[in-house]
Design a protein around this ligand. Structure first.
Ligand SMILES: C[S@@+](CC[C@H](N)C(=O)[O-])C[C@H]1O[C@@H](n2cnc3c(N)ncnc32)[C@H](O)[C@@H]1O
Length: 230
């Protein structure tokens, strides 16, 4: 059995046009813009003239990688997704120069390269607990010494009251942002039945256990951004 609770076909990303996806992800994920501003600030600390190796897991249409490329124009990117349509969207934003597009399940792909930066934004929460733990180990192994894992995702909390409150806030956001009932139904279904959120407290422990130093950069509602250093 795999470690993800869903197949790529269930996630519907192959049905999206890149433009609609870009609008939907920014609207349906609370603080998507805010975590990207924080990611940009972190990446600006790197030397803009160096050719860093960057890996983006669950790249979607490359919103995050595009931001990184604008800051680090010489970087080389490996972009992974198990939706062909998403990779086509990514290609529109990133072009072909020093960019490799990898189609497949990141949990199964064997990566032979070592990276300075591994990033995943809203791309890990379909993995179950075993999947997340294995993936954190795998990412640690793929990083060069001193490399960082920029990890933005939807999470929950150990404390059930805190989890319920933040879920309620997440759903209020969905209700406020959806343009019609059909969109709201899709977003709500995805969140309730397809997402497999793990408590942030547990995820930080799993990351530390594999060797990362973890900095909590952002945590509001169900949205978290961690910077994990090797
Ligand atoms: C919610 S989207 C986020 C995309 C992008 N990182 C962003 O923030 O706009 C999640 C993406 O991860 C991809 N994905 C999820 N699980 C994956 C896996 N196991 N292997 C490869 N891609 C995966 C999906 O196809 C989708 O494009």
């Amino acid at each position: 059995m795999g470690t993800t609770n869903v197949k790529s076909t269930q996630l519907n990303y192959d049905k999206y046009t890149a433009n609609k996806y870009d609008r939907d992800i920014v609207n349906s994920i609370p603080f998507h813009r805010e975590i990207h501003s924080l990611i940009a600030s972190r990446v600006k600390k790197y030397d803009h003239n160096k050719a860093y190796d960057v890996l983006d897991l669950g790249v979607g249409t490359a919103i995050t990688s595009r931001i990184i490329k604008d800051i680090l124009p010489k970087a080389e990117f490996d972009l992974v997704d198990f939706s062909k349509r998403m990779l086509t969207g990514a290609q529109k934003k990133m072009g072909k120069n020093k960019i490799k597009y990898i189609f497949g399940d990141y949990a199964k792909i064997k990566f032979n390269k070592k990276y300075d930066i591994v990033v995943s934004v809203i791309g890990v929460h379909h993995q179950n607990e075993i999947g997340k733990r294995k993936l954190f180990q795998k990412i640690y192994g793929m990083l060069k010494p001193g490399g960082i894992f920029i990890f933005g995702d939807l999470v929950t909390y150990r404390d059930k009251h805190r989890a319920a409150l933040n879920n309620a806030k997440h759903f209020k956001h969905l209700v406020d942002k959806a343009t019609d009932e059909k969109t709201l139904a899709e977003w709500a279904y995805h969140h309730i039945f397809l997402n497999d959120l793990s408590p942030i407290e547990d995820q930080i422990i799993w990351l530390k256990r594999v060797g990362f130093k973890v900095e909590k950069k952002f945590l509001q509602f169900n949205t978290a951004l961690l910077i994990c250093k090797k």
